[in-house]
Design a protein around this ligand. Structure first.
Ligand SMILES: [Zn+2]
Length: 209
């Protein structure tokens, strides 16, 4: 039996609408009062319904009763607006989620949001130059992925990766790439408000996500 999450088109449609209809409105309210731009949601794998919007802590403080048990992390899909920072990568791993899907990549965070720290921290703290042989060149070091997107704990995919998995042909893929860009565009205005707030010294919860 195939679950709704096994169909990349189905899944992407739900991920995009979760961001557009649930996360963006919350973020819009938050950003104007100085909070961060980053959002997340947790969905059930079986029917793609939302369990919580916002974060891991909220998920674990949601009611877990016999009549309405909280789903196990293994049975959930983790959706984030931005590719998770090193701290959140660990949080997702330790909580037992076996997946996450992100709209924006680290490069987007750097280039569209002016936030280079995700890349910098992974490069500076976690990446070790290979010691085998004599010396790993800067070029070879730079080509290495910043983390294992497929590992024994989780599989990470961008929304664009899901488009790559679609079998519907180029027309279908083009439609979904357009949808991804449209939803990314919803953040353009928000990013402006966020950066303005930072430069005006509005107390931001943190620059990290
Ligand atoms: Zn984070």
């Amino acid at each position: 039996m195939t679950a709704p999450a096994d169909n990349p088109e189905n899944l992407l449609e739900t991920l995009l609408s979760t961001i557009e209809t649930q996360i963006v409105p919350l973020t819009t309210k938050g950003v104007s009062s100085g909070s961060k731009l980053f959002g997340a949601a947790i969905l059930r794998k079986d029917d793609l319904s939302a369990v919580t919007i916002h974060c891991i802590q909220q998920f674990f403080s949601s009611p877990d009763t016999t009549s309405s048990p909280r789903p196990a992390t293994r049975d959930c899909i983790f959706v984030t607006t931005h590719e998770p920072c090193s701290l959140c990568l660990s949080g997702i791993t330790w909580s037992g989620f076996d997946n996450f899907y992100h709209l924006f990549t680290y490069e987007d965070s750097r280039d569209r949001f002016g936030i280079p720290y995700d890349i910098e921290i992974l490069q500076e703290v976690f990446r070790v130059r290979a010691v085998e042989g004599v010396h790993e060149s800067d070029e070879s070091l730079a080509r290495r992925p910043l983390y294992n997107r497929r590992n024994k704990f989780f599989t990470a995919k961008s929304f664009a990766d899901l488009v790559g998995e679609m079998t519907g042909g180029e027309k279908v893929k083009r439609k979904w790439r357009g949808e991804i860009e449209r939803v990314k565009g919803l953040y353009d205005g928000l990013s402006g408000t966020y950066q303005e707030g930072k430069s005006q010294g509005v107390a931001s919860a943190s620059v990290w996500k």
